[in-house]
Ligand binder design. Sequence first.
Ligand code: EPU
Length: 347
Amino acid sequence: MMQQFTDVDLSAWTTLGVPARAQEVLVLEDDADLACWLERRQAAPLPELVLGGGSNVVFLEEFAGRVVRLATRGRELLGEEDGARLVRAAAGEPWDGFVRWCLAHGWGGLENLAAIPGCVGAVPVQNVGAYGLEVGERIAWVEGVDRDTGQAWKLSAAECGFGYRTSRFKAPESASLVITAVTFRLPRQASLRLDYPDLQRRFAGLGEDVSPAEVYAAVAEIRARKLPDPRVQGNVGSFFKNPLVSPEVAERLAALHPDLPRHPQPDGRVKLAAGWMIERCGLKGAREGGARVHERQALVLCNAGGARGADFLALARRVRETVAERFGLWLEVEPVLVGREGVVLQL
Ligand code: EPU
């Protein structure tokens, strides 16, 4: 039976914990609930937002619409193909529980993405990445339903258009595509990714003797040291993307700021560390109302208590403007921003 609530305070539905009211919230737990929702949206159209774990969403103000929380569960080994395992999970499965379940079965491949809040259905949308792995590299296909037509769809990883913190699912033309399940292709032989500086340092000299479970534990430990626990201090992880710039722009900035961390990408562009730039602007600890730039990781904005969406808006604008003045670059916001009528694309 589909659960339905009206006039709901959303503060407990996102990891940022800002207050916002929605006119209606539906919780979907199975295919019958999904069908029920598709009927309801025809009968009573409203602006809509599909939500998983709420760990990458910022409500900037009240949301005059319907929130659809996908809470479907289920995970299974589908079989094997070319020396890899195909493992499928429903969109509502908590991501970290799924990663640990895979490891408990001896299926490595997702361990670099340890301890990330949120649900399986959300990871393809922004192509979640951390510690040297982007999830798109481990996705075989994504399944879902078109909420406007009711048609089921299935897209291969190549069709998903994965890039740095982006995918086809972020494009406005894909707004009707709702992800219901993701199938991962996990390598049979452990092929560990230990090239991220923090992991290189941790596992230096150990070579072949490292297991996926040890990598998971190391990543979880590094994250716990750097990033605030959203259960203690509300946050959505990185609030900005690391900018990708041309080699010329990177050279020009490097001449002025020799210690700016720069990472050349396979496509020729150079990724710059936004957290470093924000820190250099003296913004660590900066506050607007209840929103604060995190003291250890300047890329994270957190809820220091009682923050409202408007506080995050003001703080994010201040960070962008200060970085633009000092470095000549406009940082892009990473989480999904939601206004009165739904997703907004600009601050
Ligand atoms: N840095 C600073 N000061 C800061 C923050 C970072 O100088 O306040 C420097 C670090 O010393 C390092 C560089 O910037 O040289 C990169 O820092 P870090 O390794 O902490 O990673 P990041 O680039 O800030 C990205 C992801 C994180 C992910 C980590 C690890 C983005 C937007 N963020 O952060 O993802 O966990 O790498 O792979 O790409 C998220 O998306 O929510 C998230 C947490």
